[in-house]
Design a protein around this ligand. Structure first.
Ligand code: PLP
Ligand code: ZN
Length: 412
């Protein structure tokens, strides 16, 4: 297997593949390093196509020597050609990557599948995380499936649907009075004390982050081993955004993507209530200034994003941007996607759809571009966002009552 070591993103110092996440030399973040030089692209492609219908079809690109046990089936979510959405936006080639079609209905199943497989391999019996909601759902469910004990820490004011959809798995659910950034700080302190706990996005973060690459691989495979022209993707910590690009680059290096020079444009999406990366982008800063989050896009409410500088660099070097949209635009984004594609997304997806709409309305997208809209979560988890955005007609059970109602409809 090509996996080699952990490597510092800044000074490139290498470390063994154990539970660590910062460089001892320069305090830079660690990521997994591979040597793909022995991979034959034709053989790699055949192996992928003959592989299981899950993220494990990409085993050669994941941080394991052999395929680990993973009881839930994550990945191979649909890439839908969204012609009616495209038409509404004056575009011709829009694709919706619907990652709500995962076991716990968000892309977080990808990162948790990898993190828990690694945690088990390293001998951990307890897993934990700070979460803005979806990660909590995924950790609780995958821990249950793996027979691990779990502790999930969330901001106390999270959407009720996400709290219920987490507690049901029998995890220890801790509601912290504070923002996500407070919860994260608490977990970093706990992680330094509890060496026998694997915090999926703290001490095993380098492995966790690898899970997001599989979203990039799937998009490329579903486009017949080519890259799209543009990707519009939500940003909280910035990990998913940068890892999709990393997945594309790896496949270009290996030769699985024939066009080795192609650089898709990356547009990041944030809500105005928590837009540290969008602000840094428009101000021309290289790092993000932490903010105190508000607004309805709670899954994206990270005020101090760990991968902010890397997300900024990707947006700039790819010719893209990081944009923010208001809560009303997010609600309209949810409705637009639902009405044109049949996909009901949560506020993160509403944010992403609203950013695509904004870019299209500004005339920044060539109508023939192949655009992938990354939908990362499920609408049933943030139902309040659509409350009062449509009318439900209540009648008595008689044809007269229905016909009276029909008479009040104004037909276009
Ligand atoms: C639905 C959804 N989309 C996107 C994201 C952003 O992920 P990242 O932290 O990798 O930027 C999150 C993170 O919590 C999420 O829950
Ligand atoms: Zn370093």
């Amino acid at each position: 297997m090509p996996v080699q070591a952990l490597q510092c993103k800044e000074c490139h110092e290498q470390y063994p593949l154990d539970a660590r996440y910062v460089c001892d030399r320069c305090f830079g973040p660690l990521e997994v390093a591979y040597d793909f030089s022995g991979l034959d692209p034709a053989a790699a492609r055949r192996k992928i196509q003959a592989g299981p219908r899950s993220i494990w079809r990409y085993s050669d690109f994941l941080p394991f020597e052999s395929r680990p046990p993973a009881p839930l089936t994550t990945g191979t979510t649909p890439l839908l050609k969204a012609d009616r959405l495209a038409e509404r936006l004056g575009l011709r080639n829009v694709f919706v990557k619907n990652d709500a079609a995962n076991p716990t209905h968000s892309f977080k199943d990808r990162v948790v599948t990898i993190a828990l497989a690694k945690a088990r391999e390293l001998g951990y019996k307890v897993v934990a995380c700070p979460s803005t909601g979806n990660l909590a759902n995924a950790v609780a469910a995958h821990a249950a499936a793996n027979g691990l004990e779990s502790f999930v820490f969330i901001p106390a004011d999270l959407e009720e649907q996400k709290i219920l959809a987490t507690g049901v798995y029998g995890t220890t659910l801790v509601k912290v009075r504070g923002s996500y950034d407070d919860v994260n700080r608490l977990c970093m302190e706990l992680a330094s004390e509890r060496e026998d706990w694997a915090f999926v996005n703290v001490n095993v973060r380098p492995y966790y982050a690898e899970g997001s690459k599989t979203l990039g691989y799937e998009i490329a495979e579903q486009l017949a081993f080519t890259l799209p022209d543009r990707v519009v993707c939500p940003i909280a910590s910035g990990s998913l955004f940068t890892k999709i690009a990393r997945g594309f680059r790896e496949w270009q290096e290996v030769g699985l993507i024939a066009d080795s020079d192609k650089q898709p444009v990356f547009n990041g999406a944030q809500g105005e209530g928590c837009a540290p990366v969008a602000t840094a982008f428009s101000e021309g800063w290289e790092i993000c200034k932490p903010v105190k989050p508000s607004g309805i896009a709670k899954s994206l409410a990270i005020g101090n994003p760990a991968d902010g500088p890397y997300a900024l660099e990707l947006a700039r070097t790819s010719g893209g941007s990081v944009e923010s949209v208001s809560d009303d635009e997010i609600r309209e984004g949810i409705r637009l996607l639902a009405e044109t594609t049949g996909v009901f997304t949560e506020t993160a997806g509403g944010t992403t759809t609203a950013v695509l709409r904004k870019l299209a309305e500004r005339g920044e997208i060539d109508p023939d571009e192949r655009v992938v809209l990354v939908i990362t979560g499920e609408g049933l988890k943030t139902l309040d966002a659509v409350r009062d955005t449509f009318e439900a007609h209540e009648i008595d059970p008689s044809t007269d009552a229905f016909e009276a109602l029909e008479g009040t409809f104004v037909r276009a």
